[in-house]
Design a binder for this molecule. Sequence first.
Ligand code: DGT
Ligand code: CA
Ligand code: CA
Length: 574
Amino acid sequence: MKNQELSKIFNEIAEYLEMEGVAFKPYAYQKAALTLATLKDDIGEIYQKRGLKGLKEIPGVGASIALKIEEYLKTGKMEYYEEFKRKMPVELDEIVKVEGVGPRKAKVLYEKLGIRNLKEMEDAARAHKIAPLFGFGDKTEQNILEALEFLKRSHGRFLLGEILPAAQAVMEKLQQLKEVEVINTAGSVRRMKETIGDVDLLVISHDPGRVMDFFVSLPGVVKVWGKGTTKSSVRMKEGFDMDLRVIPPESYGAALQYFTGSKDHNIALRKIAIDRGLKLSEYGLFQGPRRVAGKTEEEVYRALGMAWIPPEMRENLGEIDAALEGRLPRIIEHQDIKGDLHVHCNWNGGANSIQELAAAAMALGYEYLGISDHTKFLRIERGLDEETLEKRNKEIDEINDRFRQEGKKFRVLKGCEANIMTDGTIDIDDEALAQLDYVIAGVHSQFKMSREEMTERIIMALKNPHVDIISHPTGRILKRRDEYEVDLGRVLEAARDYRKVLEINSYPERLDLNDVNILRAKKLGMKMVINTDTHQVSQLHLMKFGVGQARRGWAERGDIINTWPVEELLQAFR
Ligand code: DGT
Ligand code: CA
Ligand code: CA
């Protein structure tokens, strides 16, 4: 699949354009990059089947970007990109990952010091060549060194959104082998951590040799690190590693518990075992030489005096005490979700009609779907003005009338995702907002403000009586852009005081609020909503990533408003 390669190229183009101070265009390329990174289908296949037209139907892909994709698929090159590269042959994608170094600083570093990659940046910073540059200084140089350290530590981690589909594909193939009796993911994938180091798989099999032969020769395996009868390790073409272990049935639960981790959770659990005169390992829970538990995870936790703990909670953040004291929360389940409130249709930059989106939502078993098109500030997304929003509302009314006549319980809700301007005002008239069932507002521009200004900006939006939800509240894009500077504590408190809802955005690059902030919001008694930010039908399935983070943040059904029935939801918005 060329999806990720193209995504990377478009990201770099966005950086180059930003460097030249071009307005709006960088955003278009960034958006195309984000879409490609999460696209379910192979871009090459889309092109083969449906040509240029198919490419243009992908949200965020306009005519000019579609042509560039075509060129790349056909020739393996993109002239527009190559031209930038010739002018400034820099590993831009790498360099702008250093916090505090944007495209413009990267340009100065190249022009003044010839810095092309991270290694050269580090050397220059250590030799104190960066501080004297205009606009840099000692503090920036120090920050660069710290950011480089940070990058080294996070190096080699992958997004759960990239890994989970690949891991599931491998699981399905292995499941079809008659020699595989049971199979599970373990490790950070099972815990739904937002980024993944490597994939851990466990199986029970009466014929490990055959399973391992099959595993190391799977399509997509580019390197075999090791192959044995109990463990094999491979590198996949996407760049990540996968471990497969074959476990005897009597230890399977103990091994699943051990290899699911986290390491900190395991260490704390092992201490509990020791306190009770027991020994816990991946082979089982032992009293002297006797195995007292090990076949299932439930059995292991029970023998330690506690209920089974959901994998997403196993981070040693108090879950063990909660389990021992019988006060584990009943965390939200995917099937509790009754609808999605952050969906863009083709009235703005989305790919599908309201009809198509509603049909897909019904197929998922949802009871409602909120259409939240962008409003007028986001011209690049064809944001709606007051007049078009009204027309769109009319279409929603008609669709709902039709559903009622057909006896369908399903309902489409009228929403929007407005932009919060730098002064905290909303980019569309209050009268237009008053016509809607609910209003989402989010920051989509001017991310670089002081902490104080950004906090005021968002709190100002929270004060607007029409605003119900703040989308992607911290603005981070994983592996690309940090959170904007904001005092989240104050935002959370204001949201609680004005009885507003914060979003858990399910886009794998966003997952915003993240797990830690969800836990924090929950402790404040805040309500949240898990949304997908769908721009095309196939993205409705991203909900599982948001649910995963909500579970990691201990969220219960009552904390998440899109588990509520539609009447209750609308009542709350009113
Ligand atoms: P990752 O792969 O970095 O995203 O994170 P994990 O959690 O999947 O870590 P990994 O693959 O190194 O190991 C899988 C699990 O095995 C881990 O979550 C807990 C367990 N484990 C690994 N090493 C140790 C260890 O030294 N002590 C203990 N108690 N458990 C360990
Ligand atoms: Ca792992
Ligand atoms: Ca591993």
